[in-house]
Design a protein around this ligand. Structure first.
Ligand SMILES: [Zn+2]
Length: 251
């Protein structure tokens, strides 16, 4: 065995020294020194590799890798890449921000709806109160003359376009400082009170109930009409008949 052969085999398998190599080492001083240096390097390498490693190191590395991937997806090229958690919390804040805006809009709608409902409920109660104040009008049986109905309507600037059948009561009353035409139309299901208020616009049309009564507010070309009848009654036919029979004159 020559020196070259000895060093090649020793590099391949430094731990175990076959008898032929051991024999050469004892005879050759250079190879003996070479082998000693190789053994020292080997020992240093083993020492370096023997540094204790945290048990969850692998998990930490994998977690960091997944954050880096998320950051790459979320953060543009111009932004620094080492802030994956910041970019995540920013997204969360945006989500929370959007939720807060949506919630406040929803609250606004709910409050507006409640405000609107209470306003309509107040109007409903006012119309019912007015009707009950003239309760005697509800028990009249005999239809009044077309002339009388026309006169009552004319007093508030309303022109009759067709004959209103079965009107048993017609009077001019005051509601919220404005003169109105107060009619009662007799039907099979009970009396329907019609308050024609060309000088009063109460806003959106609505249908509400109060006690045993139902109230429907309809808008005319100018002003509003309130229909009040028993809850069980279908107001629609009377509403149609009245709306087709009157026209508001230019006030
Ligand atoms: Zn009245």
């Amino acid at each position: 065995m020559n020196c070259l052969e000895f060093r090649r085999v020793v590099l391949e398998e430094p731990q175990q020294l076959p008898p032929a190599l051991s024999e050469h080492k004892q005879q050759c001083k250079d190879c003996q020194r070479y082998y000693t240096q190789l053994q020292e390097q080997e020992a240093l390498l083993m020492e370096a590799l023997a540094v204790p490693v945290p048990e969850d190191l692998a998990a930490k590395i994998m977690l960091q890798c997944s954050f880096d991937q998320t950051a790459d997806q979320e953060v543009s090229e111009a932004e620094p890449k080492i802030v994956p958690l910041k970019s995540k919390s920013k997204t969360f804040r945006q989500f929370i921000g959007g939720f807060a805006v949506a919630a406040s809009v929803m609250m606004g709608v709910v409050f507006w709806q409640a405000h609107l409902n209470s306003e309509q409920q107040q109007l409903t109660e006012m119309f019912v109160q007015h009707m009950e104040h003239e309760a005697h009008s509800l028990v009249l049986e005999e239809p009044i003359s077309v002339g009388r109905v026309g006169f009552t309507l004319n007093n508030v600037g309303i022109k009759p376009m067709a004959e209103l059948a079965n009107v048993t009561y017609a009077a001019n009353c005051v509601i919220e400082d404005k003169m109105v035409a107060h009619l009662v139309v007799k039907t099979d299901q009970g009396p329907v009170t019609v308050l024609l208020m060309p000088h009063k616009q109460f806003g959106d049309e609505f249908a509400e109930e109060a006690k045993q009564w139902q109230v429907a507010l309809t808008n005319m070309k100018q002003g509003s009409v309130a229909f009040i009848g028993p809850k069980s009654l279908n107001l629609e036919p009377i509403q149609q008949q009245v709306m087709q029979s009157v026209d508001v004159l230019q006030i």
